[in-house]
Write a protein that binds this ligand. Structure first.
Ligand SMILES: CCCC/C=C/CC(=O)SCCNC(=O)CCNC(=O)[C@H](O)C(C)(C)COP(=O)(O)OP(=O)(O)OC[C@H]1O[C@@H](n2cnc3c(N)ncnc32)[C@H](O)[C@@H]1OP(=O)(O)O
Length: 291
């Protein structure tokens, strides 16, 4: 509410016709309730933040959610948080990946904002000096897998959930930086096999190839394992840790820093292709029918 008032006051100050009187503020706040938050942050006594994706039903990644996630990471950095545990409010889906509705029959401006927000939020998560763990408490296809891969450690609830970069199954190609993340985790050979087939791995299969680091049987265990992973860094000098992480992730960081504009252009050109639009439409239809 305080933010709404501040924004309104600034807006009213810029216009001659509006007076930001208490009555005006009351009327405005009654007619426009604040939208629900799509990402919640809870910092525990040890200074470890649980960042929860909360966009029912499947945490598909739209511009709003990605924006909130990016802001949350920046805020946690500013507050010198000791660790980030990324998880989901759903019992069965970590994240369904990019919101296909952002890409299907899009307006050019929205599409550009969507992809730029994804690039920025991804880079913030991938390069943050804060230790990061994905507590994957449900399915994690495509962009959901990307978020998990961008963390330093992955604990997944099993055995019934699946994870992977399944883009080829949708007739689309995962961008280079998605591939770099997969290669970081499982090596070039396994990444090539996984990505060309668009394979979704069971939790056990993911563990076998190193796509996840630990399999647990429920979310509480996942959070406990994540806390354990983060706690080990209490003994490591932070500067050495930060420089090591930045250095070992250099390929992905450099790729985005140098190619963000080309990557945006490639995405914009690809998505509007009639055959891609047709494929996305059919995929959405198929999801509805499979219910
Ligand atoms: C072109 C350049 C490269 C772009 C890169 C793209 C990467 C991506 O991330 S593309 C997105 C890929 N995602 C998927 O393939 C996942 C699709 N979803 C699923 O497989 C399942 O939904 C699930 C296993 C995650 C969950 O299954 P569950 O049975 O619990 O839920 P559903 O009934 O399937 O879905 C509920 C509801 O949500 C809609 N939905 C699901 N996923 C998406 C999505 N990614 N984007 C938008 N909407 C999605 C689904 O259609 C249902 O909607 P309705 O209730 O309206 O029917």
């Amino acid at each position: 509410m305080a933010v709404v008032c501040r924004n309104l006051r600034a807006f009213a100050q810029k216009t001659s016709s509006l007076r930001c009187t208490p009555n005006f503020l009351r009327l405005y706040s009654q007619s426009k309730p604040a939208p629900p938050k799509l990402v919640t942050v809870d910092v525990d006594k040890a200074g470890v933040a649980t960042v929860t994706l909360d966009r029912p039903p499947v945490n598909s990644l739209n511009t709003g959610l990605l924006e909130e996630l990016g802001v949350a990471i920046k805020d946690l950095e500013a507050n010198k948080t000791r660790g980030i545990i990324l998880t989901s409010s759903s019992n069965s889906v970590f994240s369904a990946g990019l919101d296909i509705l952002e890409m299907y029959e899009p307006k050019k401006q929205n599409l550009s904002l969507f992809w730029t927000t994804l690039q920025n939020t991804w880079l913030s998560l991938y390069r943050t000096s804060i230790p990061t763990v994905a507590a994957i408490n449900g399915h994690a296809p495509a962009g959901g897998c990307l978020l998990a891969l961008s963390c330093e450690y992955r604990v997944m609830v099993g055995p019934k959930f699946t994870i992977g970069l399944n883009e080829t199954q949708l007739g689309i190609v995962a961008p280079q930086w998605f591939m770099i993340c997969m290669k970081d985790a499982v090596g070039r050979r396994q990444a090539e096999m996984a990505l060309t087939a668009g394979k979704m791995f069971s939790t056990q299969e993911a563990l076998n190839i190193g796509l996840i680091d630990k399999m647990v049987s429920n979310k509480e265990e996942a959070i406990a394992e994540a806390q354990k992973f983060i706690a080990q860094f209490a003994k490591i000098p932070p500067l050495a840790r930060r420089m090591t992480k930045e250095s070992i992730r250099q390929e992905g960081i450099k790729y985005m820093e140098e190619n963000a504009i080309d990557d945006l252009k490639a995405f914009m050109d690809l998505v509007v292709q009639p055959n891609i639009q047709k494929g996305l439409g059919m995929y959405l239809e198929a999801m509805k029918k499979s219910k």
